[in-house]
Design a protein around this ligand. Structure first.
Ligand code: FE2
Length: 356
């Protein structure tokens, strides 16, 4: 059996191949990589027999409808999925045979109603129901999400062996797949003794609105084959934490400043306003953060514009990890009539890389 993760970014797509049958399946393929998946099948003479979505995705458009069109493979989802292009609908505890192998389906709702996890021997494909270690799990505040269901789903995996390896649909910080034992020790989603505790913990995350994610969900409900059918910001740990509103402004010119320029402004104590758009946990990472920042995670920006109105006339410098979220934020602020907006080019990664 060949088993690989194929995507370069934070959305994970797993390829499983039975070499003796030359048959392959793909879990959670992403539309932007359809041609890569098809070339891989062609070059290796694999027959793509099944594509599976572990749930209706909110942060990327699924490649499953396009791959089914191109190869006539089966498209598997849970029977609560409303997608009309799914050809096999599965339910809890069902065993589905793919490439001659038995996959156990576990219905694990919470992040979405139609979330499934799949167990193949000691490989557990957890979708967004369970991420690795401190990443927790997918957010529960999107349409169909429920912390209560999530808690019950977490109870249902108590029987999984400690040695089972967990392969989630997302990984935002290059953590390597690890065992259930490690999740039991380190994953905050698995630390709550009562349902009430768990629900309070989820509600305390105070996830902001994510209008763009609803557009992506709708595109997936409608079996979209168009990668541009919904606007998706880049560099955002979207399913893990939160998204932002669609600024709907593609033609805004964003002004960038270099790390050395920012360092010079800070050294000269120039009057600037620094807004850091990263998530709280990222501020504690090795990149750290600058002093005197206003911290507004990107998902909260549209709700907190009023708070920023006092800085409307000053020079605002937007910071994030790589510059991508800050660029989205600049577009939101321009749309809201802020004028002197600058994005730190390359974000805190570049700032650190330059020794500042
Ligand atoms: Fe998700």
């Amino acid at each position: 059996m060949i088993f690989k993760q194929l995507n370069p970014g934070s959305c994970k797509t797993y390829l499983i191949v039975d070499e003796s049958l030359s048959e392959a399946i793909l879990l959670d393929p992403v539309i932007n990589h359809v041609s890569m998946y098809l070339s891989l099948m062609k070059e290796n003479k694999y027959k793509l027999t099944h594509v599976i979505d572990t749930h209706t995705h909110a942060d990327h458009i699924s490649a499953c409808p396009s791959l089914r069109d191109a190869t006539d493979c089966e498209y598997v989802m849970h029977n609560l999925s409303t997608s009309k292009c799914v050809s096999i609908k599965v339910k809890n505890k069902e065993i589905i045979t793919m490439m001659g192998k038995s996959f156990k389906i576990m219905h694990t709702p919470g992040h979405t109603r139609d979330s499934i996890s799949l167990l193949l021997d000691n490989l557990f494909f957890s979708g967004d129901f369970l991420f690795l270690e401190d990443a927790g799990a997918g957010r529960d505040d999107l349409p169909g999400g429920s912390p209560e269901d999530h808690y019950n789903s977490l109870l249902s995996i108590a029987t999984l062996d400690d040695q089972v390896m967990v392969y989630p649909a997302h990984e935002y910080r290059n953590r390597k797949p690890s065992t259930m034992k490690i999740q039991r020790l380190n994953n905050p989603h698995l630390k709550h003794k009562t349902k009430e505790d768990f629900i309070n913990y989820i509600n305390d995350l105070r996830l902001g609105p994510a209008a763009w994610m609803k557009d992506v969900l709708n595109a997936n409900y409608k079996c979209s084959r168009d990668p541009n059918s919904a606007w998706i910001p880049t560099d955002l740990p979207a399913c893990e934490v939160k998204g932002t509103s669609n600024p709907n402004e593609e033609n805004i010119d964003v002004n960038y400043i270099s790390s050395s320029k920012l360092f010079q402004y800070l050294t000269e104590k120039q009057h600037i306003t620094l807004i850091d758009l990263r998530e709280k946990y990222e501020l504690k990472d090795k990149l750290g953060h600058l002093e005197n920042i206003i911290h507004i995670p990107i998902g909260q920006l549209t709700d907190r514009l009023e708070q920023l109105s006092q800085y409307e006339d000053s020079n605002i410098i937007l910071l994030c990890r790589s510059g991508a979220r800050a660029t989205s934020a600049a577009k939101i602020l321009f749309t809201a009539n802020f004028t002197n907006i600058y994005v730190l080019q390359g974000g805190m990664m570049d700032y650190r890389l330059n020794g500042f």
